[in-house]
Design a protein around this ligand. Structure first.
Ligand code: DP6
Length: 398
């Protein structure tokens, strides 16, 4: 019988969010299990603006596991993908051997077809692997009928993916066991905790990042003594301070720790040998502008953080969003004025005072291609509407 003609035995579609770390993960103590040298903490971004959607189907007729990402078939033998598949199937088998009767129809021996898309451009250099692996693991668990702590499996796809398994404010506790069983993500506060907190992603460049996180952090662990000091002496204290700032909704404390930790992460990149440069001229200008703006008001109203690329992620409170966006628009005049500069949550735009036009350096036209306006959001979700499946009833991409 030809492949695909027997129909699918199980299908599920889920979505998962991107997260942005405010205490950064950089460096592994075990590369295969993806165990970090320090704990980290992130804010989960809202899926209305940034999400991955994944459909997974199982069928007796599928001859091999296959995966399609953003419309293109990719290599299923990628070791991290294999780790996630292996761990989920291990859990499913364990449940069946533990005597769960509901598992007959889950197609344990069946192959899977996986189809996944992002609602944002991969080329924008936004961390898509975290949302991608979180979504993969959440959807696999759904298809195989598993209800368990899943962040330790998502972690084996990409370290930062374990934090995308929860909404709101999430810590990844580094753990100390050799088998990694205690290296887990945990929600600190839900997405409803701090509704005034707003997030702006300033997309500085559409170029791909020069050195990926995985190889970058490998070289940092091998060569940077600043990174060792950071992991041992700085992060443990900062984690406590950050959790407290989040719980108390203390914006100035949250903002200061966020900026300092981003700066220290990029300092460890410079301390890596040979050095790694993720920030560009536009990133440096944004850093200056944020400090000048805060200085102008004599209080910390805005914070920046940067991952392994030049895009800035800005945290501020609702009441300051529209003015700060006008400041950004003034110092990085967009190519067109057609309203496409700001995507996502709507922003009121009032004119900017002459005084604020003086706080920065010379404007850099087109330095920022667009801004995504968003907020904290929920963790992975199940999509119940069958018309939303990315695979057809035959189990092939629609
Ligand atoms: C700078 O999670 O992408 O974004 O575990 O090798 O897949 P791997 O790395 P990845 O690294 C993320 C690094 C970071 C900081 C962070 O998200 O904590």
């Amino acid at each position: 019988m030809p492949e695909g003609s027997m129909g699918i035995s199980n299908i599920a579609t889920c979505t998962a969010p991107v997260n942005i770390a405010v205490i950064k993960y950089w460096g592994k103590r075990n590369e295969e299990l993806i165990l970090p040298i320090n704990s980290s903490l992130s804010v989960t971004l809202h899926q209305d603006q940034l999400k991955t959607t994944t459909t997974i189907a199982t069928s007796r007729s599928f001859q091999e596991d296959r995966i399609w990402l953003n419309g293109k078939e990719e290599d299923i033998n990628h070791p991290r993908l294999q780790s996630c598949l292996r761990e989920i199937r291990r859990l499913a088998r364990k449940r069946r051997s533990d005597g769960d009767p509901g598992l007959d129809s889950t197609g344990l021996s069946h192959k899977v077809h996986i189809c996944s898309v992002n609602n944002f451009p991969t080329a924008a250099g936004l961390a898509s692997s975290a949302a991608g692996f979180a979504c993969l693991v959440h959807t696999l668990a759904r298809v195989f009928g598993i209800e368990a702590e899943l962040s330790a499996i998502a972690r084996q796809g990409s370290g930062s993916a374990c934090r995308s398994m929860y909404g709101g404010f999430v810590q990844w506790i580094m753990g100390h066991q050799d088998d990694g069983k205690d290296s887990l993500a945990q929600q600190v506060e839900p997405e409803t905790h701090w509704p005034e907190l707003r997030i702006l992603v300033l997309v500085a460049s559409a170029e791909r990042k020069p050195i990926g996180s995985t190889s970058g952090m490998h070289t940092s662990v091998e060569t940077s003594c600043l990174l060792k000091h950071r992991a041992e002496a700085v992060v443990p204290v900062r984690m406590d301070g950050m959790i407290e700032a989040v719980q108390r909704k203390d914006f100035p404390a949250f903002a200061e720790l966020t900026m300092k930790d981003s700066n220290q992460f990029h300092a460890t990149c410079l301390d890596t040998y040979p050095p790694i440069f993720y920030l560009n001229n536009v990133s440096h200008q944004i850093i200056n502008l944020v400090h000048q703006y805060n200085n102008y008001y004599g209080e910390t109203r805005v914070a920046y953080t940067f991952d392994a690329g030049p895009n800035a992620v800005i945290f501020t409170l609702q009441e300051h969003v529209s003015e700060f966006i006008q400041v950004v628009r003034h110092f990085f005049p967009p190519e067109t004025n057609d309203g496409q500069f700001i995507k996502g949550l709507p922003v009121n735009c009032a004119p900017l005072s002459e005084e604020l036009k003086q706080i920065g350096l010379e404007p850099i036209p087109k330095g920022i291609s667009y801004i995504i306006s968003t907020k904290a959001g929920p963790g992975p979700c199940v999509v119940d509407d069958p018309t939303q499946h990315l695979l057809g009833t035959d189990g092939w991409p629609k």
